[in-house]
Design a protein around this ligand. Structure first.
Ligand SMILES: C[S@@+](CC[C@H](N)C(=O)[O-])C[C@H]1O[C@@H](n2cnc3c(N)ncnc32)[C@H](O)[C@@H]1O
Length: 292
């Protein structure tokens, strides 16, 4: 996985809005020691660091570019109570260290959530707390991941069809050979997924890890785009990251261009009156609070 931090900064208003609500729920207090799992570019991390004042924040992230970006932000803001580490949340080995664990829009990228929550449980002091915001599976509002040919009036259907069949339909051919693609596959980090769970599934995982007083709130957020190019750029900054991880890094800009080109062409074929516009995206978000 390799995030484009510039694009992420430009398109992460939604993550930031949700993250700020999650910080309110975390309610960091002066002197506390807090772990920020999947800190990204660090705009929430620095806010927490300021709230804990003479306390400390440990910010971890698996992505090199995100780590470089958070380090740069800390330098610019001259903050001296954040410790930054490049590692996966499933690799940590802290014991009774943190007053609280915080994480915003991260856990759907992690394959082994049972392991993750056990590690987070161990990392907390007795009576430490957990505050997590993430995407979840809302059975009343399922994600449309199986588009039907006759439903191609929605941009998300067009997009998902191209993502699904990009290799099968040979769209890679002017970017890399099939052999180059296949040779790269063993290097893909299989720990990274794009997977969401229902409320009950998440509750079970957290309970099994040993947490108590689990409180779950769900909310729908919506983001709307009047401009096709802005929408495509936004999608390449988040959802496509998972897909792009299957290509060598130097080929990813060409894959993004190709995808945009394919989606654009298909979209322009649709008669204006049938197009669903503005493009809307719903985010089913879960806020989790729990105690050790
Ligand atoms: C959508 S971004 C959210 C970043 C930040 N929390 C925010 O709200 O802006 C997801 C972040 O999770 C990180 N991530 C994904 N899997 C991870 C893992 N196993 N351990 C640590 N960080 C991970 C990614 O590298 C990325 O920076």
């Amino acid at each position: 996985m390799q995030w484009d931090t510039e694009k992420y900064t430009k398109h992460s208003q939604m993550q930031f809005k949700i993250g700020n609500l999650a910080i309110d729920k975390l309610n960091p207090k002066p002197g506390e020691n807090i772990l920020d799992l999947g800190c990204g570019i660090g705009n929430l991390t620095t806010k927490i660091a300021q709230l804990v004042e003479n306390g400390k924040v440990t910010a971890i992230d698996i992505d090199d570019k995100m780590i470089a970006s958070v380090k740069q932000l800390i330098k610019e803001k001259r903050i001296d109570n954040i410790n930054v580490l490049r590692c996966s949340g499933t690799e940590i080995s802290y014991k009774h260290t943190f007053d609280a664990v915080f994480s915003n829009i991260v856990i759907h990228w992690i394959r082994d959530l049972n392991l993750l929550f056990k590690k987070l449980h161990s990392a907390l002091i007795e009576s430490g707390r957990l505050t997590i915001a993430s995407l979840y599976t809302d059975p009343n509002n399922p994600l449309e991941i199986e588009p039907k040919e006759n439903q191609l009036t929605k941009i998300s259907h067009i997009e998902l069809n191209f993502l699904k069949d990009f290799i099968k339909d040979g769209h890679y051919k002017d970017i890399l050979t099939l052999q180059e693609f296949q040779e790269y596959q063993p290097k893909v980090n299989k720990e990274i997924v794009y997977k969401t769970y229902t409320v009950d599934e998440i509750r079970d995982i957290i309970e099994n890890a040993g947490f108590n007083n689990i409180d779950i709130e769900t909310r729908q957020f919506e983001i709307s785009f009047n401009d096709l190019e802005l929408f495509l750029d936004y999608r390449s900054s988040n959802l496509w990251i998972y897909f792009l991880a299957y290509f060598p890094e130097d080929k990813r800009p060409a894959v993004i261009s190709k995808l945009k080109h394919l989606i654009r062409d298909k979209w322009y074929e649709i008669p204006e009156e049938k197009k669903e516009f503005p493009v809307k995206e719903k985010w089913p978000v879960i806020f989790i609070s729990a105690k050790k």
